[in-house]
Design a protein around this ligand. Structure first.
Ligand code: FAD
Length: 510
């Protein structure tokens, strides 16, 4: 393997992962591209479509646009995008008073209230009767509830953490335009054959027009097909099926009613055999049901989703998808790195896939830019990616394992599932023992994958606590933060934010 930036990079695949890779590389290696020392070519098939879903993000996507120097007023209107303050989880818990909770995106301003939330969850677990409802402590929860955008009025003194909702197909198209103007070559062709050299590196690709394309580095962004890394370099895939049962999805887009206010949150509703998303775009709502084919048929899933949407007799088209949940053993192997669905996928419950795409590209660029890229660099990169995948998986698994729903075999088997990692077992044990969860998340390093507030929000949001202790109730007041003050503080801050729909209209018209 060479130790300097190579001369030719080929990205195979033009989904969101392919175009995000092209953009970040084009920015990072701008000088080499302009001086013709480096060429980046993206090849995408005109016949094999993109997956076309993936409409929600974490706040990480904002840093992606910042890095590539693209402003919201430019990309959001073209992708029918809206703001996302977090995710509202509905019907995941049967516990009294816990039929929904909000997973907030945290901002600097929450530094005033988050410690109170964490503090209260600790006392709650020790048996005190105390408010540990996540929604009462975070600005984003209030903004979401009031359908406000997370953009403060001009003189609002804090930055707010937020993500986006967008049309996945339009986002790919938008990113392709940006990358091409920055010097990325675009080839529309299908790869029919892949040739390896004696050392097992990819030598060249043969396109359907019989052209051969060689490169120093190949980036596999071919989605679940993983044409280069899994199919040709034979890197094994490790399935997460034993603790993440969902392997399919059905989607239906619905129009907004004209006078509807626009949500600034994703809604995730637990269903009989999985969960359904509700994602607001400026022109429509994206709906989808992620389920396990071991427990219901595609027809049953579609009909349950239609019933939820009030579309039983409506002929509006549904789209059925298969998902391959798990990760590859090595993300970077020989002269090929896989990015996106080709490297793996943890189901979309927390919309982490594009966040992962970005971290893979950035981690790869850092590693690849080192003076001496060798076996050790690759191994370290692969180890990091695997740890990230497994850490995020544990957080997602917790949503199923800790639910007390028992209405179907699907939920019963999820809540009894013995196949959970030791890290997750430790977290659950710590929570139930009434110990300090922040400490438990640091060792082993689980905080790098999901922040402590997210774990607290999930566990408290499910009402997953030891039983309240009557004797301690009278003491609760002594340990209680001034909730009226917190509430006032959050509400006062929220007043500086405008209605979500109106704010987006100003962007669309600017
Ligand atoms: C149900 C579902 C919901 C999801 N929700 C979210 C979400 O809310 N948030 C989120 O971040 N992510 C989500 N994801 C994941 C997200 O959709 C993907 O991470 C994202 O779209 C990137 O996909 P991709 O680019 O890796 O693959 P794809 O979009 O599948 O692109 C593959 C590309 O490879 C090309 N290709 C394949 N084979 C060949 C060949 N032989 N020759 C040439 N080209 C080829 C295709 O033409 C295409 O351009 C979701 C996924 C699913 C399944």
């Amino acid at each position: 393997m060479s130790n300097k930036i190579c001369q030719n990079i080929v990205i195979l695949g033009g989904g969101t992962a392919g175009w995000m890779t092209a953009n970040l590389m084009a920015v990072q290696w701008h000088d080499q591209i302009t001086s013709k020392q480096l060429s980046i070519t993206l090849i995408e098939s005109p016949d094999i479509g993109v997956i076309g879903v993936g409409e929600g993000s974490t706040p990480q996507l904002k840093t992606f646009f910042d890095k590539i120097g693209v402003q919201e007023k430019d990309w959001m209107p073209e992708c029918n995008a809206t703001y996302k303050n977090g995710i509202l989880f509905k019907n995941w818990s049967n516990r009294d008073g816990f039929d929904s909770y909000f997973h907030p995106f945290v901002s600097i301003i929450d530094a005033h209230t988050a410690p109170a939330f964490v503090h209260n969850t600790l006392f709650k677990r020790q048996g005190y009767d105390i408010d540990s409802t996540v929604d009462h402590f975070f600005l984003s929860a209030t903004l979401a509830k009031q359908q406000k955008s997370p953009i403060g009025n001009e003189n609002f003194p804090f930055d707010i953490g937020y993500g986006y909702h967008f049309d996945a197909v339009l986002l790919g198209k938008y990113l392709s335009k940006v990358a091409i103007t920055r010097g990325v070559n675009h080839v529309s062709a299908t790869v029919r054959d892949v040739s390896l050299d004696k050392a097992g590196n990819i030598e060249h690709l043969t396109l359907d027009n019989n052209k051969k394309v060689s490169a120093d580095l190949f980036v596999d962004c071919t989605g679940f097909a993983s044409v280069l890394l899994q199919k040709n370099l034979q890197v094994p895939f490790i399935s997460f099926k034993e603790n993440l049962f969902n392997d399919r999805a059905v989607t239906i887009a619905t129009p907004h009613a004209t006078n509807d206010k626009l949500n600034s949150q994703t809604i995730s509703t637990a269903m009989k055999y999985g969960w359904a998303w509700d994602i607001p775009l400026t022109n429509r709502t994206g709906n989808g049901y992620v389920y396990s084919s071991d427990f219901c048929t595609p027809e049953q899933a579609e009909s349950e989703l239609r019933e939820k949407l009030g579309l039983i007799d409506n002929k509006i088209k549904a789209n059925h998808l298969k998902m391959k949940v798990g990760r590859v053993e090595k993300h970077w192997h020989k002269n090929c790195v896989a990015i996106g669905l080709s490297q793996g996928f943890i189901e979309p419950l927390e919309a982490t896939a594009l966040h992962f795409v970005q971290e893979t590209i950035e981690g790869f660029i850092d590693a690849y830019s080192l003076q001496n890229v060798g076996q050790t660099t690759q191994e370290l990169f692969n180890k990091k990616m695997n740890a990230r995948f497994d850490g995020i998986r544990d957080y997602i698994v917790a949503h199923y394992r800790l639910s007390d729903r028992s209405d179907t075999e699907y939920w019963r088997l999820n809540s009894e599932n013995p196949n959970i990692s030791n890290n997750l077992k430790k977290i659950v044990q710590c929570w139930l023992n009434g110990d300090d969860l922040n400490k438990a998340l640091v060792q082993p390093d689980m905080v790098s994958f999901y922040p402590p507030v997210s774990w607290h929000a999930l566990l408290a949001g499910y009402g997953f606590s030891p039983a309240a202790n009557d004797k301690l109730a009278y003491n609760a007041q002594a340990h209680k933060y001034d909730l009226a003050h917190i509430d006032q503080f959050i509400r006062r801050s929220a007043m500086n934010f405008t209605d979500h729909k109106n704010f987006l209209a100003t962007i669309n018209n600017s």
